[in-house]
Ligand binder design. Structure first.
Ligand SMILES: *[C@@H]1O[C@H](CO)[C@@H](O)[C@H](O)[C@H]1NC(C)=O
Ligand SMILES: *[C@@H]1O[C@H](CO)[C@@H](O)[C@H](O)[C@H]1NC(C)=O
Ligand SMILES: *[C@@H]1O[C@H](CO)[C@@H](O)[C@H](O)[C@H]1NC(C)=O
Ligand SMILES: *[C@@H]1O[C@H](CO)[C@@H](O)[C@H](O)[C@H]1NC(C)=O
Ligand SMILES: *[C@@H]1O[C@H](CO)[C@@H](O)[C@H](O)[C@H]1NC(C)=O
Ligand SMILES: *[C@@H]1O[C@H](CO)[C@@H](O)[C@H](O)[C@H]1NC(C)=O
Ligand SMILES: *[C@@H]1O[C@H](CO)[C@@H](O)[C@H](O)[C@H]1NC(C)=O
Length: 334
């Protein structure tokens, strides 16, 4: 998805206007062209998505330990298994942390509490650069840590990368050094906690925006979209200042994962049935919020329970849903 160059982080950059906190934003509606390109025959809940440079999609499900691939150029194609992870029932986030190399979070979900079983979360590496995918563990997360959305910061020239994991349960972001497997806590914050008992989820999607040296994240239960500024210090992500809440999405539903586009706008999958576009206002530098697809009631059959979104080459956004669909959204009119 977004490959970010660590070395650029040492260059100065100005925080863009939209990276400032926002007071109000008024939802309005615009229509973007959508197409359901895949429907799982058994409505497998699709959790997360990454797009390979071949435009094959990589798909995860919290109800399967298998990573799947789907040819996005074929309508109504077939999900093909890439790898089934051991000692896992669920896959969550996926991120391309070096060219052709993806990190995937696997865990055992407690079917009673819907929480991850402590000690069961492993972040794996899946490398597509060889004849067949090479799979190896990057790190086992400590204690009660869990991983939902993943993002990464990398320097392909030096083969260095960090994988960052959003922990929806303890309200935190974990950092995994891909070279060493060393795992440490970047931040644990009230803005990342669920504000209700399990199975409510706190921080869910997390993505890096290099231009503003920001980590953007959603909190599903709190219904927020927030920013955490960071700098690199000795090869580690270090927060700068506190979390700024930039939008309240709860009137539309519960935000899940999202994709940042080239202009730094966020396309947020919101349960039960909306794709919300958050972008800077041309007038005041404020964040504006529009419902790009679907609605807050979840009555649009083109977008039922959207869970995550990722861009391929060009302006096509691929959105996964909880009813087993992959929906394309043509964002070129945005
Ligand atoms: C922009 O945000 C500021 C501060 O949150 C607020 O005072 C102002 O009214 C907003 N402007 C517009 C046009 O929404
Ligand atoms: C794909 O499958 C759906 C039913 O799931 C059907 O309505 C649609 O016509 C199919 N599209 C193509 C191009 O085959
Ligand atoms: C799976 O879990 C068992 C029991 O904890 C352990 O012995 C085994 O090494 C694990 N397998 C892998 C591939 O991690
Ligand atoms: C796709 O990525 C692989 C590395 O995984 C690279 O070898 C190949 O050149 C890339 N292809 C294109 C068209 O960018
Ligand atoms: C799942 O959670 C329940 C309730 O807390 C607990 O009794 C049970 O032992 C847990 N199962 C696993 C596999 O951790
Ligand atoms: C894990 O969570 C349980 C229950 O919330 C708590 O008692 C325990 O101290 C936690 N362990 C760690 C290592 O955080
Ligand atoms: C990862 O750990 C190694 C060894 O401590 C360190 O040299 C490097 O800067 C760390 N960060 C990255 C992004 O590789």
């Amino acid at each position: 998805m977004f490959t970010l160059i660590l070395s650029l982080l040492i260059l100065g950059s100005v925080i863009p206007a939209w990276a400032r906190p926002i007071a109000g934003s008024s939802p309005s509606s615009t229509t973007f062209q959508t197409q359901i390109i895949y429907q799982s025959p058994n409505s497998l809940f699709l959790e997360n998505i990454a797009v390979r440079n071949s435009s094959d999609l990589l798909l995860t499900s919290v109800f399967s330990p298998t990573l799947f691939t789907l040819n996005s150029n074929v309508i109504n194609g077939t999900l093909n298994p890439v790898h089934t992870f051991p000692n896992a029932t669920s896959l969550t986030g996926i991120t391309e942390y070096l060219p052709g190399v993806f990190a995937v979070a696997a865990s055992v979900t407690n079917t009673t509490t819907r929480e991850s079983v402590p000690g069961s979360t492993i972040v794996w590496s899946v490398d597509f650069n060889g004849q067949s995918p090479a799979v190896q563990p990057l790190a086992q997360l400590p204690g009660n840590a869990s991983a939902n959305g993943l993002t990464s910061i990398s320097s392909p020239t030096s083969n260095k990368a960090l994988v960052l994991a959003a922990d929806s349960e303890v309200g935190a972001i974990w950092q995994i050094n891909a070279s060493t497997g060393d795992t440490n806590l970047v931040i644990q914050d009230a803005s990342m906690l669920p504000n209700a008992p399990p199975p409510a989820l706190g921080i869910n999607g997390v993505h890096v925006d290099l231009a503003s040296r920001s980590l953007f994240f959603t909190n599903s239960a709190q219904g927020t979209f927030s920013r955490l500024a960071f700098r690199m210090e000795n090869g580690n992500v270090t927060p700068v200042g506190g979390v700024e809440t930039m939008a309240n999405i709860l009137s539309t539903g519960q935000p899940d994962d999202f994709a940042l586009d080239r202009q730094g706008r966020a396309w947020v999958a919101v349960h039960p049935g909306a794709l919300v576009l958050l972008s800077p206002s041309k007038n005041a530098g404020n964040l504006t919020q529009i419902t790009a697809v679907g609605n807050a009631q979840g009555t649009d059959p083109e977008l039922e329970q959207p869970t995550s979104a990722a861009f391929g080459p060009g302006n096509i956004l691929y959105v996964t849903t909880g009813v087993g669909q992959v929906v394309t959204v043509d964002t070129s009119q945005a």
